[in-house]
Design a protein around this ligand. Structure first.
Ligand code: GDP
Ligand code: MG
Length: 179
């Protein structure tokens, strides 16, 4: 990570097709374009909401294909991250299980400092009629794992996406102040 620098590395994790790229692109451009392809990339963005300007690097990850044989998060990703956003889709039960596994993996391996903030995001909130994970279940799991929690729709609005990124930035600042 980048302790004491006006820079923050945010890692996006979660299963495929949950909207990690949609969240990233929505935050960076305020737009929702629909299809994003299978691209893994680190984007850099200057966020000026605190008046000072912080260089925010966002790692939009790809969920590995052969996840049974390899761990779904690399050491490199965890060493890089100052904060983690774990995304699932509220209409895809298995994507919620992936988030649960990834939280466990992160907490057990201790490759991420205990003070590094994690936020869990239930995306695709607009698809209410296809809901497979209740808000309550998401919120309770996040609470039990000491993670932040938001339900949003990257497709519908910029607002929720902005809240998530600003919350992780605030939490990163707090975690640095405590170190
Ligand atoms: P990733 O594999 O996690 O990066 O997922 P993508 O960002 O590529 O999104 C996967 C699919 O879900 C795409 O077809 C997106 O248009 C769609 N999608 C992403 N976010 C939302 C959302 O909030 N609501 C709906 N209805 N679809 C979404
Ligand atoms: Mg993607």
């Amino acid at each position: 990570g980048n302790q004491h620098k006006a820079e923050a590395n945010v890692l996006l994790l979660g299963a495929e097709n949950v909207g990690k790229s949609a969240l990233t692109v929505r935050f960076l451009t305020r737009r929702f374009i629909g299809e994003y392809g299978d691209i893994e990339s680190i984007y850099s963005h200057i966020d000026k909401t605190d008046g000072r300007g912080i260089a925010l690097n966002i790692w939009d990850s790809l969920y590995p294909q052969s996840c049974e044989t390899t761990e779904s998060i690399s050491d490199k990703q965890l060493q890089w991250a100052d904060g983690v956003i774990l995304v699932y889709s509220i209409c895809d039960r298995s994507s919620f299980e992936v988030v649960r596994q990834q939280v466990q993996l992160i907490r057990q391996t201790r490759k991420l400092s205990a003070s590094t903030p994690i936020i869990i995001v239930g995306n695709k909130r607009d698809l209410l009629h296809q809901r497979a994970v209740s808000s309550e279940e998401g919120r309770l799991f996040a609470l039990s794992a000491d993670c932040g929690f938001f339900e949003i729709s990257a497709a519908e609005t910029y607002h929720g996406v902005q809240l998530v990124f600003h919350e992780i930035l605030d939490l990163i600042k707090v975690s640095r102040a405590l170190k």
